[in-house]
Design a protein around this ligand. Structure first.
Ligand code: UVW
Length: 332
């Protein structure tokens, strides 16, 4: 039985094969990686991760900062532990880590919707390419355990996340005020900054949110964050069409959600809270990278009148997880 008979309007389900789980990342070919390598001229590398205990606190109530513990068996904690005999000491630890707390990749399992994929007249919970809640995205069990048996982040980890990145510097174009960026604003910025976006690229959007957060020193001021920074607006249909047509394999930014959050929490049921998540993760298989640290890379590129670089940004190969921290590297 096929997983779906109906595919959502504007989706590419099935175009990369009936069992595809990486969507547009299929366009990250050896040729596209070589195009990324050709952007390396100086050998300077930029780390693109925040410290993973940022933003600090619980801006999203169900996401908490990482907590480290000493690893132990029933007898002893292996932390500052002196071995019997020669006086050697060892430390082992483990971490309780919300995979989407800080700098992260969203897998295609992060966001789905109620949709009648099997054509029986009843909407069911489905994800990219018709993968289903309970059958493929399993849980939560009584003890809270969950597992993505399809679309988990390991699908991205094994896709070889290295290619040509392009920076679109919204902060340089629009400053630090909160502003939804639609198609016209985006085209003006791309032209002014001479950004050449090609099929198979990673598109990075810099807003200045990372610096705001870092200056808050793990005590994020939500109201201040919400009243700052330009972000791309998924309610603009022409902008969405540009994302589809551009051929990019991922959208990444230094903000919480990549997209403008002005409609999030609207009581109007016709207003989609996260339209870009819907377009990218559910319909098109375009991965989203959030809360990346982009400040130094964006400044360097601006100063050197450049916008393209080699991006190397694999997630953890953590089977069954719907997201992952990462420490991406941009090489210019
Ligand atoms: C938001 O937090 C709104 O986005 P995400 O769930 O993708 O992190």
């Amino acid at each position: 039985m096929p997983r779906w008979i109906n595919r959502p309007d504007g989706s590419n389900w099935g175009d990369f094969g009936p069992d595809d789980q990486i969507g547009r990342m299929n366009w990250l070919t050896p040729e596209r990686r070589l195009a990324g390598v050709r952007e390396v001229r100086e050998g300077i590398a930029f780390s693109l991760s925040l410290p993973l205990d940022y933003p600090g606190g619980q801006m999203v109530p169900f996401r908490a900062p990482p907590r480290l513990f000493g690893a132990r068996d029933e007898h002893v904690c292996q932390y500052n532990h002196v071995w019997d005999g020669g006086g050697e000491i060892t430390c082992d630890d483990y971490v309780v880590l919300h995979t989407q707390y800080s700098t992260q990749w969203d897998s295609l399992a992060h966001h789905g919707r109620l949709f009648d994929a099997d054509g029986d007249g009843v909407a069911e919970k489905v994800y990219y390419n018709g993968y289903r809640a309970d059958e493929h995205l399993v849980g939560p069990a009584e003890d809270g355990a969950v597992q993505a048996r399809a679309l988990g982040i390991e699908t991205l980890a094994t896709a070889g996340v290295q290619g040509r990145g392009v920076m679109i510097n919204l902060q340089a174009a629009f400053g630090m005020d909160a502003r939804p960026i639609g198609y016209d604003d985006l085209m003006r910025t791309i032209d002014a900054q001479q950004v050449e976006v090609r099929k198979g690229d990673f598109a990075l959007f810099y807003s200045g949110y990372d610096r705001l957060l870092l200056n808050m020193n793990r005590q994020p001021d939500q109201a201040r964050l919400m009243s700052h920074c330009a972000m791309i607006d998924g309610s603009d249909e022409r902008l969405c069409q540009w994302i589809v047509d551009s051929g990019v394999v991922a959208l990444c930014s230094d903000t919480m959600a990549v997209e403008w959050l002005g409609n999030f929490g609207s009581p109007d049921p016709c207003v989609a809270p996260l339209p870009l998540h819907d377009l990218c993760l559910f319909k098109q298989g375009i991965f989203l990278g959030e809360l990346w640290y982009l400040e130094e890379l964006a400044a360097w590129l601006l100063e050197h009148n450049r916008s393209a670089f080699l991006l190397t940004a694999p997630p953890l190969r953590l089977p069954g997880s719907v997201g992952s921290p990462l420490t991406g590297i941009a090489t210019v």
